[in-house]
Design a protein. Structure first.
Length: 90
């Protein structure tokens, strides 16, 4: 392998340095644009906690509604049976 002209070597080193510098600048810009601010991360965490809590409450309320509907249905049947036994049935 023969040695190249010193000007050629310096030109390649210079080109490589410019490419590395542009890559570094691009990486810094991407890092700045893509990072979350601490406040945004905190707000996102708080919103997630609130949404999870509301989802649990909704689930509990749906279960309670189903239980109450079952009780209403049972009481309606008992009332109908009682009316029938007393002669007030329709």
């Amino acid at each position: 392998m023969a040695l190249s002209d010193p000007q050629d070597i310096l030109g390649r080193v210079g080109d490589g340095s410019i490419g590395a510098g542009l890559t570094l600048i691009g990486a810094v810009i991407v890092a700045i644009l893509s990072r979350k601010s601490p406040l945004a991360a905190l707000v996102n965490d708080q919103l997630k906690l609130l949404i999870d809590a509301q989802a649990r409450q909704i689930k509990e309320l749906k279960e309670e509604i189903e239980a109450l509907e079952g009780k209403v249905e049972a009481l309606t049947k008992e009332l109908a049976a009682a009316r029938t036994q007393r002669g007030f049935g329709i």
